[in-house]
Design a protein around this ligand. Structure first.
Ligand SMILES: Cc1ncc(C[n+]2csc(CCOP(=O)(O)OP(=O)(O)O)c2C)c(N)n1
Length: 975
């Protein structure tokens, strides 16, 4: 600092670093600099420091600490150059600008202050320009003038307008008058596009966006052909909706009317994406405009859509399933642009807005792996949203939360909000607390482009920018397409009931196509009346398609193609699959999971666990739950089946049982035994998820839908937390195959069992899943042996079909001495058992079948409580029968077992309250069997907790008493 001592005049050192250095000194000590400068800096707010940066040109992109100075004595502000991509700034300096002016301190002071103020103004436009942008096609609310965008706020007056001001090429100009600066700023930042990007913390991204915007004053110069193409797309989008409206007045189509610009924007993403290496795009979108996207972007034949309107099914008649309404259906196709082929999948979705988001992301991730797309440059997600849904639904932040996590990132999503400024009947002022519907995206620093849908060129320009940004930075980007909804929420609704003024305005508002056609006529891109001819020709095509629709037959359901070819629909009763494994392979995996590399410092308690595993392998006995799971995973990996498990804290396991990732206690390095079985094995991914159920479960479901050849599992921390993901369970997992012909082999691991932990940690709500069962849609199981767990996991991927598996998993049984299996139970001849016998059957201690007084049927952990008490009492007239799989209900297997006990009464024992658990589900099914077998008693008896509001008591004493009572009731019931 000493070199500046005594410099008190502006005349000295007025060079490109001088002002900034002075500002730095001012921040450290305002008295250390010239009083004139100090007074001037006093007028700065936050933006002052940035303006100083701008004055020194883009290489000053600041590191957080540089201006505010962690004073290391260097004073250098040019240190931040994390971005090497910036263009070189011409070596003009304030000094050179001043060299021609009269050598007077006042003039130099004036020029310097002008520069700094102008730069502050420029910066204000970058930050706040969007607030005065012309974004609303309806102009219902004119943007209010913002004081930070007023030159007066920076001390300028009218008389300053025409004085040249040095701005060091900040807007590509060495200097300009204030009038010109403001003009350029308004064109760039307050036209049809409002950009929010200054919240970003990454200098390189910020300057990339800034260059793109300021370089061309935020415009693309379209060729005549480009303009014509936009008009054609708008024509197709608009006329398609109007055509359906004419033919099927009032039929629900959730039209895109008012937001037609969506279509050319999506086209631009495909086209530019294709040029930039994108090979596949998965699209998620709501109902609004879906038919239009299906027809005009995905290329679904118009005749197919018209035929659905005429009441024909979307799938061939021999295909089973409930089907779905037309505005929820998905499709896939290929489009070619300039020789680049882009594969497109539009994901089917339920009515539940935004629920499809992470499903799409999971699919993208799986496809990236399939294509070897390590850079995530070939497969991309495009998510479309409504404004009200985007602002309102909690899954939106959950979706963003996944965007930059190793286990879930997909290289950035383009979000397109079709912001028609209304949600059903609710106006934005009632549906969100933030100024923009897109504000949630700022949480991850995504750039946001607001754009007026009545300026199609601006919209297509923004679509291009967003695509380029995604490809360059592999991050999320948001487009807020501000449009309107021409009709009611659906076409049968009268919107003027609730929004009279808005709808008066809309009625008199020309369509985007009309406005753009006029523009193109004026620009002489098209001749007079040519827009009408384009429209007429298209209408004729639609007429032909409409005729053809009457005899249209969908020729196939494309559901077992591509990655799914070779798989088939489920059939048969036992469905065992080949799940037994050679003892050699079991041992190989067993040794791999009980070993660590030399010099790896494992925690002493883990060493003990590993030793215990080693003993199991060597003895061939005593395999516990977690080891069985690792054997299932490991053997699949060795057979080239990847395994992906995600969930909260699942690497270690909520109950400290899994330890699938070992941590060196000194270096912190990590070792995954299951990835070190042998060279060439498939990869094992085990991912601690963010604290989200809805988002993550949707993601894993999506992954499983796109990758049938990997075992994909999601684990809940405790089973009941899965109800935070209920939409995914109801709308996708349990009904997706029936509605959309899309299989999934996803496994849900749901810790369940009554162990006195209270209302929220006992029940995984088994009853909910059982209620969802129908038409062979899912599998629900509650296993009691490690071997059965091993087989049911392997079975998921060793059969010819895929079905979601809902698995109640144990807590205390993880360490229960009788909940163990021997190596033979995993061996070559072993298999999954849907019904399991009493332990005492093997030892021969139990009475003969005819002497059995009661058969207690149960499922899950309560079996061990019953077993212990029964054995303690020596009550060998009670036979304990376990239902390991509840759905599909093993009628045949259970029939065979029950047939043995003609003299017995049947008790169903459960830990859950009577209004929960499996009682409701098995009651009828067991009764039917008892009648069919003509058993002495014709109805099962209930032994369990009384109906209750909460799943379990919070008082341990009460829990224990209830547990003792229900076990006692089951073992003592007599007719
Ligand atoms: C999760 C969810 N809640 C409620 C609804 C019922 N609903 C259907 S559309 C709609 C309004 C959606 O508004 P917006 O997101 O702005 O989309 P727009 O229909 O205006 O295109 C509502 C509330 C729904 N489909 N999904």
């Amino acid at each position: 600092m000493a070199q500046y001592a005594g410099e008190t005049s502006f005349l000295f050192g007025a060079n490109e670093t001088y002002i900034a250095e002075m500002y730095n000194r001012y921040l450290n000590d305002p008295d250390s600099i010239d009083a004139g400068w100090s007074a001037y800096f006093d007028t700065f707010e936050e933006s002052g420091q940035f303006a100083v940066n701008d004055l020194n040109g883009p290489t000053w992109a600041p590191r957080k600490t540089s201006v505010l100075g962690q004073n290391d004595g260097s004073l250098s502000m040019v240190t931040s150059a994390t971005d090497t991509s910036k263009e070189k700034v011409p070596p003009n300096t304030l000094t050179s600008q001043m060299s021609g002016v009269e050598d007077s301190a006042d003039k130099i002071r004036q020029a310097t202050q002008d520069s700094i103020r102008a730069l502050m103004l420029i910066r204000a436009y970058r930050v706040r320009g969007h607030l005065e942008a012309d974004l609303d096609p309806l102009r219902l609310q004119k943007p209010l003038p913002h004081s930070e965008l007023d030159p007066e706020s920076y001390g300028f007056t009218d008389s300053d307008m025409d004085r040249p001001i040095f701005i060091n090429y900040v807007l590509g100009l060495e200097s300009a008058t204030l009038r010109d600066i403001v003009k350029i700023l308004r064109k760039t930042y307050c036209g049809s596009i409002g950009v929010e990007f200054m919240h970003k913390t990454e200098p390189d991204e910020k300057s990339w966006i800034q260059e793109r915007i300021e370089g061309a004053q935020n415009q693309t110069k379209f060729t005549k052909l480009g303009k014509r193409t936009i008009l054609e797309r708008l024509t197709e989008a608009e006329l398609f909706e109007q055509f359906i409206d004419r033919k099927h007045k009032g039929a629900k189509r959730f039209g895109l009317d008012g937001g037609e610009t969506t279509v050319p924007m999506l086209e631009q993403m495909l086209k530019r994406g294709g040029q930039l290496g994108i090979e596949e795009i998965v699209i998620g979108m709501p109902h609004r405009g879906r038919l239009n996207v299906l027809a005009n972007v995905m290329g679904k034949p118009y005749r197919a859509i018209f035929s659905e309107f005429q009441g024909q099914p979307a799938a061939p008649e021999d295909v089973q399933g409930s089907g779905d309404v037309k505005y929820h259906l998905g499709t896939s196709t290929e489009r070619e642009f300039d020789g680049n082929v882009v594969r497109l999948s539009l994901n089917p979705n339920p009515s539940h807005l935004e629920a499809v988001n992470t499903v799409v992301l999971g699919r993208v991730r799986a496809k990236q792996l399939q294509r070897g797309d390590e850079e995530r440059a070939k497969v991309m997600a495009v998510l479309m949203h409504g404004d009200a849904a985007f602002a309102g639904q909690g899954i939106v932040p959950e979706t963003f939360a996944l965007s930059d996590l190793d286990g879930y990132e997909t290289g950035g999503t383009i979000h397109l909000i079709v912001n028609n400024q209304i949600g059903f009947t609710t106006m934005p002022s009632f549906s969100r607390s933030s100024p923009y519907c897109s504000d949630m995206a700022k949480a991850i620093g995504a750039p946001i482009f607001h754009v007026n849908a009545d300026d199609p060129e601006a919209c297509v320009h923004v679509a291009r920018l967003a695509t380029e940004y995604r490809q360059r930075f592999k991050k999320d980007v948001v487009i807020d397409l501000i449009c309107y909804r021409r009709h009611g929420h659906n076409e049968g609704d009268e919107p003027s009931f609730t929004q009279p003024q808005m709808y008066k305005k809309i009625a008199g508002h020309a369509t985007t196509r009309t406005i753009y056609a006029e523009q193109l006529e004026k620009e002489e891109v098209i001749g007079k009346g040519e827009a009408d001819s384009i429209a007429e020709a298209f209408n004729k095509d639609l007429d032909t398609e409409f005729e053809a629709a009457q005899s249209f037959k969908p020729n196939k359901a494309n559901w077992l193609e591509g990655k799914w070819s070779g798989l088939e629909t489920a059939s048969g009763d036992e469905r065992r699959g080949k799940t037994g494994v050679s003892l050699d392979l079991l041992r190989e995996v067993g040794f791999a999971i009980s070993e660590v590399p030399p010099n790896f410092n494992v925690h002493s308690r883990i060493v003990r666990q590993l030793k215990a595993k080693r003993t199991m392998i060597e003895a061939g006995e005593g395999f516990d739950w977690a080891t069985a799971e690792a054997l299932a995973f490991g053997t699949l990996l060795c057979e080239s089946t990847p395994v992906r498990l995600s969930g909260e804290d699942c690497q270690r396991g909520t109950f400290s049982q899994r330890h699938s990732v070992l941590n060196d206690q000194e270096s912190g390095s990590r070792y995954v035994p299951l990835n070190n079985i042998h060279f060439g094995q498939a990869p094992f991914e085990v991912i601690d998820s963010p604290l989200s159920e809805f988002g993550v479960l949707g993601y894993e479901y999506g992954y499983s839908v796109s990758e049938p050849h990997a075992l994909v599992l999601w684990e809940a921390q405790f089973g009941d937390f899965a109800n935070g993901a209920q939409v995914i369970i109801d709308q996708f997992i349990s009904s997706g195959e029936s509605k959309w012909l899309r299989m999934s082999g996803l496994v849900l691991l749901l810790p369940h069992g009554y162990e006195g932990q209270g209302p929220e940690h006992s029940s995984a709500r088994l009853e909910r899943y059982l209620q969802l069962c129908g038409e062979d849609n899912i599998q629900v199981a509650n296993c009691t042996t490690p071997a059965n767990y091993f087989h049911i996991l392997r079975r998921q991927i060793r059969r010819e079909f895929r079905k979601p598996l809902i698995l109640m998993t144990p807590k205390s049984l993880l360490r229960h001495k009788r909940c163990v299996s021997s190596i033979e139970e995993f061996g070559p001849k072993s298999t999954f058992h849907r019904v399991l016998w009493d332990h005492a059957q093997h030892s021969g201690e139990i009475f003969d079948d005819d002497a059995i007084k009661r058969v207690v049927i149960c499922s899950g952990k309560v079996y061990f409580d019953l077993l212990e008490e029964r054995d303690k009492r020596g009550a060998m007239d009670s036979y304990l029968l376990r239902l390991e799989q509840l759905y599909p209900f093993p009628t045949g297997a259970l029939r065979n077992e029950l047939a043995r006990f003609k003299n017995a009464c049947i008790v169903w024992c459960q830990e859950e309250p009577k209004n929960m658990g499996a009682w409701f589900f098995i009651n009828d099914l067991v009764e039917e069997l008892m009648i069919e077998l003509n058993m002495k008693k014709k109805r099962p008896i209930y032994a369990g907790r009384a109906s209750a509001a909460a799943p379990a008591t919070g008082l341990l004493k009460r829990h224990l008493k209830e547990q003792t009572d229900l076990v006692d009731a089951a073992l003592t019931y007599e007719e």
